[in-house]
Design a protein around this ligand. Structure first.
Ligand SMILES: CC(C)(COP(=O)(O)OP(=O)(O)OC[C@H]1O[C@@H](n2cnc3c(N)ncnc32)[C@H](O)[C@@H]1OP(=O)(O)O)[C@@H](O)C(=O)NCCC(=O)NCCS
Length: 189
């Protein structure tokens, strides 16, 4: 079992390594990618994925494995892009196994990622984009306190229809801290 870099209530952030890479290949060819890639479908090969990960620009990209308390790897969270001159971090989150969706794991992971990004990396703001169809993310953004900053109308095609693309952001002075949010959301182990 990988040692935790940050300990949550339901999940830990752990180093993203071989265990995750092998599973990510499966996840990327499964249902979750439709949501992650906003209506997209991929055909990911192990070799392609490995090459992509090795070539990642670690100055701008940080990825953590998301692991349940019993050591099961379920997904990843990270920063896709954070230009140091702006200190604005674009976040990503992907629970690969749908059995773990909607159970609070993603929010627990998001709070750990926010703590790392604001308190350790000293980011000024975090942001992400999703499609309006992705109700889990919309709900998560609302409950954690992100603001809806932009709506691109009918910008993406998914599930036989056009959907808006939504940009959500949270600035550091709007982040009350992990402990406050855990209490506010009633997140429990
Ligand atoms: C996005 C993701 C990381 C969120 O993590 P999660 O563990 O599923 O989210 P949580 O359970 O913490 O929170 C989701 C909220 O949406 C609610 N929800 C779940 N399914 C829902 C649905 N079909 N419709 C509306 N709300 C829903 C949950 O009840 C929860 O709200 P609550 O705490 O008020 O009950 C995860 O669902 C995921 O990886 N999905 C696939 C990939 C993806 O969409 N990535 C993000 C792309 S922008």
């Amino acid at each position: 079992m990988a040692a935790a870099l940050a300990e949550g209530l339901l999940v830990d952030l752990v180093p993203y390594g071989r265990r995750f890479l092998d599973l990510e290949h499966r996840w990327l060819n499964d249902e979750g990618v439709f949501w992650w890639a906003v209506g997209g479908r991929w055909f990911a090969t192990k070799a392609g994925l490995e090459r992509e990960r090795l070539e990642d620009d670690h100055q701008r990209h940080t990825q953590f494995g998301l692991q349940t308390k019993d050591g099961t790897p379920i997904g990843l969270v990270g920063i896709n892009w954070m230009p140091p001159e702006h200190r604005a971090a674009m976040l990503t989150a992907f629970i690969g196994d749908p059995a773990y969706w909607g159970g609070g794991y993603g929010t627990d992971g998001l709070l750990l990622l926010l703590q790392y990004t604001f308190d350790w990396l000293d980011a000024r703001r975090v942001w992400l984009m999703t499609m309006s169809l992705n109700e889990r993310v919309v709900r998560q953004m609302e409950k954690v306190g992100f603001r809806l900053e932009a709506r691109q109308r009918r910008a993406t095609w998914a599930a036989n229809g056009w959907h808006d693309m939504l940009t959500y952001a949270l600035e550091r002075d709007e982040w009350p801290g992990r402990a406050v949010l855990i209490e506010r959301l009633g997140l429990q182990a």
